[in-house]
Design a protein around this ligand. Structure first.
Ligand SMILES: *Cc1c(COP(=O)(O)O)cnc(C)c1O
Length: 238
């Protein structure tokens, strides 16, 4: 398998040119870096100063830390037994249900170190599938539990667009965005410090650039696979 990092950097710069200078860039390196090699890809991304990396599972984040990656790393699907490693390796878990919040609270309680510092977490806003993520009626409890815990710090609130690549579904996508805008605003206003907001994936970056909020999440496009008409011919397969 040959991986072309010049192409990867060219794709990175292509998407960077679409976002405002102040918008942060989170890159998905889940699933072995979409099959391109998570360690190698992450090294290149660290060299090129992306703001955040994201993996699916805690073990993937631990592997990156052991390989010398020190960028912030979000973990989307932290396993039940992974929270000690998440704390130890400075990984940042997603909070997607009260059940997983409870695991996080317990792990922080058990950590009685004097040098312990707050754990950065990322709140998932329900994208409308009613499976994972918080909805409006759950916000009061979520916010009061996090605010009551000095060991938790909300780094960001985010949601996911299901069909940003498909113009036929634009009404649905805009509905998802409006719903996120309203819900995430309530979370942002609840905390005295800055909470980042983000919803755009690759197709969203190209098709809905006006909704960058504070950060975007680049995935498949980095690896050279176009998901929109506008990107065709402008990306290079890695
Ligand atoms: C995989 C993933 C992305 C990236 O999506 P692409 O379509 O590959 O750009 C963004 N956000 C979340 C939550 C993801 O799981």
């Amino acid at each position: 398998l040959e991986i072309n990092f010049n192409h990867l950097v060219s794709n990175l710069n292509y998407f960077r040119s679409k976002i405002r200078p102040e918008t942060k860039l989170m890159v998905m390196v889940k699933a072995f870096g979409y099959g391109s090699g998570n360690l190698e890809v992450s090294n290149v991304l660290q060299f090129h100063n992306v703001d955040y990396l994201t993996v699916a599972f805690a073990d993937e984040g631990v592997e990156l830390r052991r390989a010398g990656i020190n960028l912030p790393i979000m973990v989307m699907s932290p396993e039940v037994n992974s929270y000690d490693n998440i704390i130890k390796y400075h990984l940042e878990p997603e909070v997607f249900s009260f059940r997983n919040l409870e695991f996080i609270e317990k792990a922080m309680q058990n950590l009685a170190l004097p040098e312990a510092h707050p754990l950065k977490v990322h709140i998932k806003w329900d994208p409308g599938m009613h499976r994972l993520g918080f909805a409006k009626n759950e916000l009061p409890e979520l916010i009061s539990r996090i605010k009551a815990n000095p060991m938790l710090h909300v780094k960001s609130v985010f949601s996911h667009l299901a069909t940003a690549d498909n113009p036929a579904e634009d009404d649905f996508t805009l509905g998802q965005i409006r719903n996120f805008e309203e819900g995430s605003q309530m979370i942002v206003e609840a905390f005295p410090y800055k909470v980042l907001r983000h919803i755009l994936n690759t197709a969203g970056i190209t098709r809905f650039p006006q909704y960058q909020f504070d950060m975007v999440r680049l995935g498949i496009g980095l690896y050279g696979v176009p998901t929109t008409e506008a990107d065709k011919g402008l990306l290079h397969p890695v």
